[in-house]
Design a protein around this ligand. Structure first.
Ligand code: SAM
Length: 318
């Protein structure tokens, strides 16, 4: 099995790829402790359907090499996330729309050990399909591989995703929360929003919202109370945007997971100073920081911050 169409990658990407493989292997080592047993055995490595994407993580429509090699998929310690262990170890999510890639990412079809005997030779019911989740293309994946203790995004969760772009990472979040969960995906660029809307046509647990996240009042009719806010808007006022959205939508005791790009906030200050200042801003807005890590080697001068929301209540909080 191969992770990407290596031949089509730039040299720097090959180096990145090796780093990713090593990191997933490390993550899998800890995942193995949590995983009771391997759940499935690969019967095929699917080449992706034609689609956008490429760059780090594979060219759109790239071919899967070595189809049919044995791979075992195990649950990662984060519920709803998996590790495909073959020649390489890959972070994967269970494809909510089997047979389709979203941005040209590789898919891995595996035997479903729980398939009823009568369906064991039918192609879909007898198999489970996973999509490779590339940490160079998704900061949340980078955070998972970086060792976040809890991403709070899990099956059944209700997530408000700020800075959805064209839906690359959102699609994996949709896989993780599954049919019982929901992802409200906010993006203000109409160009990216078109792709986001197209992705959501098939992933019906995604509600695309083409609006400015600075104005949650404009989409309050579309969004219910959420368990988690994930923010990746890369704006200098991101902390304020997150706090404002939390006031509207985040349940008391809910969590925010924030990707902080230091240069977007203050390109003259040291990244560590920028991260510390962002933490201070959140503390002043009813958040209690729980975790923080940098996203090296996947993203330079980025941090991922997890904080709990504790609403200030004069009488009773709901
Ligand atoms: C770093 S990219 C997000 C990448 C995406 N999270 C992913 O992993 O695929 C930041 C996105 O936030 C969007 N954005 C920036 N400010 C925004 C705002 N105020 N409201 C909504 N979207 C915003 C940008 O248009 C851009 O698509």
């Amino acid at each position: 099995m191969v992770i990407v169409d290596v031949a089509a990658r730039r040299v720097v990407d090959v180096v990145d790829l090796l780093v990713a493989v090593v990191a997933v292997a490390a993550a899998a080592a800890s995942a193995a402790v949590a995983a009771a047993v391997a759940v499935v055995v690969v019967v095929a490595v699917a080449a992706p359907a034609a689609g956008r994407g490429g760059g780090r993580g594979g060219k759109a429509g790239g071919k899967g090499k070595g189809g049919g090699s044995n791979v075992v998929v195990k649950p990662h310690r984060h519920d709803g996330v998996f590790v495909a262990e073959g020649k390489e170890h890959l972070l994967v999510t269970k494809n909510l729309v089997p047979g389709e890639s979203v941005y040209g990412e590789k898919r891995i079809a595996v035997e479903n050990p729980n398939a009823a005997p009568s369906t064991s030779d039918s192609s879909t019911a007898a198999k489970i399909e996973y999509r490779v989740w590339n940490p160079f293309r998704s900061k949340l994946a980078a955070g998972v591989l970086g060792g976040l203790d809890n991403i709070h995004i899990k099956p059944g969760a209700k997530v408000l995703y700020l800075g959805a772009a064209s839906g690359t990472s959102v699609s994996h979040v949709a896989d993780i929360v599954g049919p019982e969960g929901i992802v409200y995906a906010v993006e203000f660029s109409h160009r990216s929003g078109r792709d986001l809307i197209n992705m959501a046509k098939k992933r019906t647990n995604v509600i695309p919202i083409i609006e400015d996240a600075r104005h949650p009042a404009k989409y309050r009719m579309l969004v219910g109370t959420v368990d988690v806010i994930f923010a990746d808007v890369a704006q200098p006022d991101q902390a304020r945007i997150v706090a404002f959205n939390a006031e509207y939508f985040l349940k008391n005791g809910g969590f925010v997971v924030i990707s902080i790009k230091a240069s977007c906030i203050d390109s003259t200050a040291q990244p560590e100073a920028v991260f510390a200042e962002e933490v201070n801003k959140l503390k002043k807005s009813s958040f209690r920081p729980r975790e923080q890590l940098t996203l090296e080697p996947y993203e330079r001068d980025h941090a991922m911050l997890v904080a709990e929301y504790r609403r200030v209540c004069l009488f009773m909080c709901i």
